[in-house]
Design a protein around this ligand. Structure first.
Ligand code: UD1
Ligand code: UDP
Length: 365
């Protein structure tokens, strides 16, 4: 079997790594395609280095751009690769422009399509990611869900065939890399931080960074926090901060994006995590750190129900109040599987390789 795996943005490198390892352990040929959506060393190559991901077979080098040109350019360049490689299956993951372009390219060429992290919904169609998820799920042939909730969402949309709840590949990645991060990252001491004595914050959602009022309120909340706030800023966020001329109080440590090992160490040693990132919300859960989600809704509702994640929106006073008082319960239900999601994905692909058209489309061109 020959598989084309598509990655392009930071979370996809993390999601992809366990699957790449499992595919190769099973002796399955994987052609890795990097769309080039993320390209700075700290947004891309740093993850390949830390996670031991092999060099991509193709880098489409699409770079940044508006949604339409970026998605269209990935689609054009990817179609050429797929026509040349003729894979048996294409794997996309998550909800980025690389995901939806990969899904469209495979689907138009009648190549069976597997979606990892299928069935997640925020129910907010102003989020570009929500559109990417809905489109990708509507044309996938096999669905790998992180949790039972995602499986139920697909069922509610009429998709019940070829749906597999396998757990979260990001949990696989954390379990595999936690000790490596401990031995290889020195970021906590390099930044002069005391374990348990700081908060970690990330913000990069367009809804926050592109709205001066919302970003201003988030920064005001960080400035008012009663502890050091380590804030590795996504380039989109850094640009918005500069555009708006936002100033930080002495307790906020604004730094460049960090690599995966450094991030795991920063998360592991934080007293609290505040974020609008989907991946970081889950990592907070895996590492048993209280999480404040700087959004009005989340796809990861189970972490909220379990009491480990609180939705605080972007209102400074509300964030400030939660910052000092939020305390998760002692127990954590196992929402995200057992750290073997990637093995399950590979086992499903080996036993029942997806067939184009199994979701009801015509099978002839
Ligand atoms: C994308 C995903 C988002 C995901 C995030 C992970 C879409 C629609 N959004 O958002 O779902 O959570 O990645 O981080 O696909 N930039 C650089 N260097 C880079 C990459 C980006 O400077 O290596 C800057 C560029 O100015 C670019 C901006 O960041 O315009 C946004 O990048 P883009 O990939 O379009 O979207 P993200 O906000 O990263
Ligand atoms: N991450 C990282 N360094 C950072 C910020 C995030 O290594 O400076 C990792 C994080 O630990 C997680 C992934 O990137 O594994 C999440 O990516 P991001 O927050 O950009 O996207 P999202 O998950 O929201 O799509």
């Amino acid at each position: 079997m020959k598989i084309v795996s598509i990655v392009g943005a930071r979370p996809e490198f993390v999601q992809g790594a366990p699957v790449t390892r499992a595919l190769r352990a099973a002796g399955i040929q994987e052609i890795l395609v990097h769309t080039g959506q993320h390209y700075d060393y700290k947004m891309s190559q740093a993850f390949f280095d830390d996670l031991g991901i092999p060099e991509p077979n193709y880098n489409l080098e699409v770079g940044s751009g508006g949604h339409a040109p970026q998605t269209a350019e990935i689609l054009v360049r990817l179609a050429e690769v797929l026509i040349k490689e003729q894979p048996d299956v294409v794997i996309v993951r998550g909800d980025t422009n690389s995901t939806v372009a990969g899904a469209l390219a495979a689907s138009k060429l009648h190549i069976p399509l597997a979606h990892v992290e299928a069935g997640e919904r925020s129910f907010d169609r102003r989020m570009p990611e929500e559109i990417n998820r809905i489109v990708t799920d509507s044309i996938s042939d096999v669905y790998f869900c992180v949790s039972a909730t995602a499986g139920r969402q697909l069922a509610a949309e009429g998709r019940t065939a070829h749906v597999h709840v396998v757990g979260d590949v990001m949990y696989d990645a954390v379990l595999h890399n936690r000790e490596l991060a401990l031995s290889q990252s020195r970021i906590v001491s390099d930044l002069g931080l005391t374990p348990g004595g700081y908060a970690l914050a990330t913000v990069h959602r367009a809804a926050t960074t592109d709205d001066p009022e919302r970003l201003g309120a988030v920064v005001a909340a960080f400035n008012a926090a009663p502890e050091t706030v380590v804030f590795p800023a996504h380039p989109r966020t850094r640009a918005a901060i500069e555009r708006q001329g936002l100033a930080f109080a002495a307790n906020v440590r604004l730094i460049d994006p960090v690599g995966y090992f450094d991030m795991l160490q920063l998360e592991e040693n934080a007293r609290l995590i505040a974020t609008d990132s989907g991946g970081v919300q889950r990592e907070a859960y895996f590492l048993k750190r209280p999480c404040l989600t700087l959004r009005d809704e989340t796809e990861w509702t189970e972490t909220v129900s379990a009491g480990w994640n609180q939705l605080v929106g972007v209102e400074a006073a509300r964030i400030r109040a939660a910052w000092s008082t939020f305390t998760p319960p002692a127990e954590q239900p196992p929402i995200f599987g057992d750290g073997h999601a990637a093995d399950r994905i590979v086992a499903v692909l080996q036993q029942t390789p997806p067939v184009f058209g199994q979701t009801g489309r015509p099978t002839s061109s």
